[in-house]
Write a protein that binds this ligand. Sequence first.
Ligand SMILES: [Zn+2]
Length: 626
Amino acid sequence: MITRNIYRCSLALLLMTGFTQAQELYTPRNIKQAIEKGTRTTTGLPGKNYWQNFGKYDVKVQLDPVARTVRGNETILYTNNSPDTLKQLAIRFVNNVHKPNAVRANYASDDYLTSGLKIKSFTLNGKVYEVNSGDWGTVKLGDFGQKILPGTVATLAISWEYPLSVESDRDGMLNASTFYCAYSYPRVSVYDDYNGWDILEHNGRQEFYNGFNDYQFEIAVPKNFVVWATGELQNAAEVLQQPILERFEKSKQSDVAIHVATASEMKEGKVTAQQEWNKWKFKATYVPDFCFSVSDNYIWDAASVDLGTKRVSIQSSYVAGTPDFEQYIGWQQYCIDWFSKNWPGVTYPYPTMTAVQGFADMEYPMMINDSSVPDNFVDARQTADHEIAHTYFPFYMGINETRYGYMDEGWATALEFWIGNAEIGAEKNKELFKDSRVKRYIFDPSTEEDQPLITMTSQLNGLGYGNNAYIKAALSYIALRDYLGDTGFKKALHHYMDLWHGKHPTPWDFFYSINAGAGQNLNWFWKNWYFTNNYIDLKVDNFMQSDNKNTLSIANIGGFAIPFDVLITYADGTLETIHQTPSSWQQNEKRSTVTWASSKKVKKIRLDGGVFMDYTAKDNVWEAVK
Ligand SMILES: [Zn+2]
């Protein structure tokens, strides 16, 4: 009897183990600890003990266009909502990536380099500190001998200056008297429930992880310089001449683009108030960052878009006569409306959006800095769509891009694909997406390409970084939409977005909240796409036809659970397409069988993944022997 019992036990154990392995996702120890502490959950809900810290920033800067410097002073009211007593404080200044000795992912030209941040005074809770910012990187963790207790507000007062780089990347000089000023102020780095202080250096490649803050920003510039910024301009009447002011105010109610300031008006001093320095005041509430752009020669277009519940002010700032930027008002109106009403189908969360002609192809809250592609409007518009899509991920959703880039770039890339169908038609868009996104990933057999998606972005470089963050993640979301169908996918996506917007979801919060929103355990799908070295490669194994039953066996060599079409050509010339969703791979990730009824003689069968391009497409075909 004992033998039999042992047999039963081991069978039960085997079944249980198999079941558990199929259901559980690898969870890092720090995320497990967060779940144990009740700040996060396995149901996708933020934990009952979830917290995040908050800053209220009152910033005054002065930009000297001749000296190319920004000087500033700020007061930060920093609320410690954590249960921890903070004995240290981390200050982040991303712009120090321009310092010669910064930790940097890429080669830097002489024109990119600057001397970096100079802290001129630093006060914490009224106590003055001597700060030597000469040895600061992009983040500095300091021990100030003070304790910031849970539930208290620390007051920081900082004054600083830094030079603007000649060669602009995500920030810097755009032309002799035009500047894009991003990351222009020292900020408190994120302190969170799963890592404590975020002290990862910014290296110019990975993107950002910022807490949500309220900003009041005053930007002093010489007369004839216009300022565009995150948030709403509070004192247009003080800084603009009357005709310009009237046009700007009118644009906020106008569907049609208005030239707020033309090239000749900029040149002739007819735009701004004529005092030596104008102070432009902006306000932005609960956003992860603030940036601005300054020019005395860019022109200024504006209109707005009516989303039903509100009008969003749309602006463009660019070099007169730049053909693609002349289209930007219309493009921005269209995509803000489309994203609000289709995918993600969440109303654009901010009051403004401004596109500035630069070199970065980079998103900022309520701002994008795009390079001009004057001879290819499709390409230019794809960039505009992508950068504006970032409004949702990372900004609205508070994504930690530094560690989990796929949680924002993947979505921006998927949204860029979906809006492209509406803009240029599905067929043309499919080819564009393959050319611009998929080919450089799938046809490169380097090991870097097949690192698991879950790999921390901060640990990746080059190809491994780019394709993991963008295309592989985008394909996982496109596959999930195909698997769940539009209604189910939207329900799941909105569940995640409703639960986590304005917070800091990790990939596990995403997986679990999508599971809950979809009403099914998708861990097999997450495992397949995120925790393997899979790629895209199907192969026709065998085809059999008997009477009116057709059986096609397919091997999944690459392993990703992709959707695909079976394209059948019959001997009589008729065609049939059978669509297979990723559910084909749910029971067996390596093999699947497609069956259909037809007594017509089959001439040819081809598997087509569409944008899920196959590494070796030539073995995706079966042909009848002639
Ligand atoms: Zn992006």
